[in-house]
Design a protein around this ligand. Sequence first.
Ligand code: NAP
Length: 254
Amino acid sequence: MTFQLDYFSLKGKTALVTGARTGIGQAISIGLAAAGAHVLLLGHRDNLQETQTKIEEIGGTYDTILIDLSKVDTIREKLKPIIEKHEIDILVNNAGVIYREPAVDFNEQEWMRVIDVNVNSIFVLSQEIGRGMVERGSGKIINIASLLSFQGGIFVPAYTASKHAVVGLTKALANEWAGKGVQVNAIAPGYIETNNTEAIRNDEQRNKSILERIPAGRWGEADDLAGAAVFLSSKASEYVNGHVLVVDGGWLGR
Ligand code: NAP
């Protein structure tokens, strides 16, 4: 069949987006809703009001789910009724945390929390939701990676380790599931203005040196990620598997 514009449409699809309360997860949720998907907004605190309102404003639809992704051993049980109720076509593993401390002093509990939220929960969600996708022979999983999936970063060893693992897991699942009609890919955002980067944006020196290195000449906005997420969620990307789509204003190529 020749290409049609409605390959980008997500009408009739259901998408689950983790970390939908703020930042990139909020922007991706609104983007998927704008493309026609019913969005399951996953947060861990009962205050997803802003995302809900923004989706209502564009005439989109949503349900809200609360699961603490740092408590990995509770995720399967909490997901069960959601999977029974909704046939999930698209899973966006976006929720993530960062903790900054020099490696010699790095807090062990924080190491565990970062790895649990950023990697272990992604595997459990992908396994539980991916199982249905594999059975049905179709589905899309998008993991949010980072520039620190390729680089070392400064004072964020757990985050860097977790984001390298996100790319490894993306490729491993893509290899297994590409032949079963399920596309698993990742998006690596550059430096985006969200809560995640507040500390380095407030550091005048870091802010200046980061900005000078970005060929696009500006920090990214969460909305800059929405188009990439719609593409990887849609029929338009049916033959894209195990890819990491970098959305960074040119940072990595410099
Ligand atoms: P953010 O606004 O801090 O978003 C992180 C989201 O994850 C929040 O909605 C947060 O919910 C949720 N979350 C945190 N802990 C959770 C838990 N235990 N259970 C469930 N949800 C939890 O920052 P962001 O920049 O949009 O981050 C989104 C993703 O992009 C992350 O994976 C991050 O690593 C990645 N990323 C960001 C950048 C950047 O420059 N901003 C660059 C590369 C990659 P609460 O706010 O309610 O805690």
